[in-house]
Design a protein around this ligand. Structure first.
Ligand SMILES: *Cc1c(COP(=O)(O)O)cnc(C)c1O
Length: 431
């Protein structure tokens, strides 16, 4: 099995975190999102411990909460002493309502409105990760209005393409986020930030991509950013105390994916940061990392009921389930790979090659293609693994489909973190 928290019991049922998925589906209904809380907590600790021992003093992980944003997650992040990233005031509001200290939150995004900035500052947000001059001006003005100096990081693009592991001069530079080091605009942004009386520049941020297994692209980015930091120090006398290297560490979704050790990656990044700071004569900045996917993805699983199969002779077979792009749009969006298991019939021979289709009125509403299963019958359960990140947070009510519940599993018990939406909930905003 791809993860240690999966097994098959005597009834031939898939178990997850020690619980029979068939029993859970009976109790909570389907589609059903399950989260193994132990995996989430252990992953937070792996990041925290590795960063404390291998990175400069003051380094810490921030959970990029767009991966899965609900009150219970922010409670867990507070208990695990993580910082969090938010990218909207909706995420910030959810965090604050869960008792998460806004002081430990970083507000991201390339298009913040005045209302966003005001709300976040009123909540006492710790840092803005500021994208551009217009935003800097708006933050400075609102901070002046509130009589504070607002801490910010600046979002920069170091021009790293994580999938070729090469520094490139274009490509990433033309993305909508941040200011490019290459073009000199990053330096201009720094100089401008330093001139603003109600802005306290704390450092720089970059985020090079997602689902990256290797440590090399992070090392390339770290070196580029440290060289920038040294350059600014030499030219403008400002030595940034914080460097945020973003998120993006991968999670294996199928057996074809490689494996990853977050602790080993962090150790390798730490070694290079030490060497680079020595070479550049820099005091080591505190390092922030922003894992999203790698905190929650493999903690999650979605369980569906099969509604039927279809065989189109000479073409392909389908197995349809009672969910799909409304609860998991990732295959429809970008053909994301998943492992699909026959949760209620794990011991049966898998000889039916099929496409797992969702229930929305879109031919593109598929969950996965070329899946080998025991030929499903109506009422069987299918489990899609690794759905903890960017599933529930991307879920919609398309076709007026209510969102599934999120059930947390611990060694002692299981409980609802989010209840299933009802039909009445769908009318909540209709006047
Ligand atoms: C999405 C995002 C992350 C998290 O990325 P993962 O691949 O989920 O780890 C971190 N930082 C920023 C700025 C992001 O946009």
């Amino acid at each position: 099995m791809i993860y240690k928290n999966l097994a098959v019991n005597a009834a031939g049922h898939l178990t997850f975190a020690g619980y029979d998925t068939v029993t859970l589906a009976e109790e909570y209904g389907t589609p059903l999102m399950l989260m193994d809380e132990t995996v989430i907590r252990n992953r937070c600790r792996e990041y925290r411990n590795a960063m404390a021992s291998c990175l400069p003093e003051g380094s810490m992980p921030l959970y990029a909460s767009k991966a899965l944003s609900l009150k219970r997650i922010y409670e867990i992040m507070r208990e695990e002493q993580m910082g969090v990233d938010v990218v909207s005031i909706g995420e910030l509001y959810t965090a604050v309502q869960a008792g998460f200290p806004a002081e430990n939150a970083y507000f991201h995004g390339n298009s913040k409105t005045d209302a966003d900035i005001r709300f976040a500052m009123e909540q006492g947000i710790g840092h803005f990760v500021c994208d551009n001059v217009d935003e800097l001006n708006a933050i400075n003005a609102e901070a002046a209005r509130q009589g504070i100096r607002q801490k910010v990081l600046l979002r920069l693009t170091p021009g790293i393409d994580p999938h070729t592991h090469e520094k490139i001069n274009t490509g990433r530079i033309d993305c909508k986020f941040g200011a490019a080091i290459e073009t000199g605009q990053a330096e201009e942004l720094v100089v401008y930030a330093l001139s603003l009386p109600n802005v306290e520049l704390r450092g720089y941020h970059c985020h090079i991509g997602s689902q990256i297994f290797d440590h090399a692209p992070f090392c390339d980015a770290a070196v580029m950013m440290l060289e920038f930091l040294a350059d600014i120090k030499a030219r403008h006398g400002f030595s940034a105390p914080v460097l945020n290297l973003g998120g993006g560490m991968a999670v294996p979704y199928t057996n074809r994916d490689g494996s990853i050790s977050y602790a080993v990656n962090i150790r390798n990044i730490g070694k290079l940061i030490d060497e680079t700071c020595t070479r550049l004569g820099l005091e080591k900045p505190a390092i922030l990392l922003e894992p999203g996917r790698s905190i929650v993805a493999d903690a999650g699983m979605t369980v569906y009921h099969v509604t039927g199969t279809k065989e189109i002779p000479g073409f392909k077979n389908y197995a349809a389930v009672n969910g799909g792009m409304a609860d998991n749009p990732r295959y429809t969006l970008y053909q994301a790979e998943y492992t699909v298991l026959p949760a209620s019939r794990m011991e049966d021979k898998a000889d039916f090659l099929c496409t797992v289709a969702g229930s929305c009125c879109e031919s593109g509403d598929l969950l996965q293609e070329d899946v080998l299963l025991p030929k499903p019958v109506r009422g069987d359960l299918l489990a899609v693994l690794t759905t903890g990140a960017y599933n529930y947070s991307m879920a919609s009510n398309y076709n007026r489909i209510p969102r599934p519940p999120v059930v947390m599993l611990t060694p002692e018990t299981h409980y609802l973190a989010v209840r299933r939406e009802t039909l009445q909930d769908l009318l909540h905003c209709d006047l």
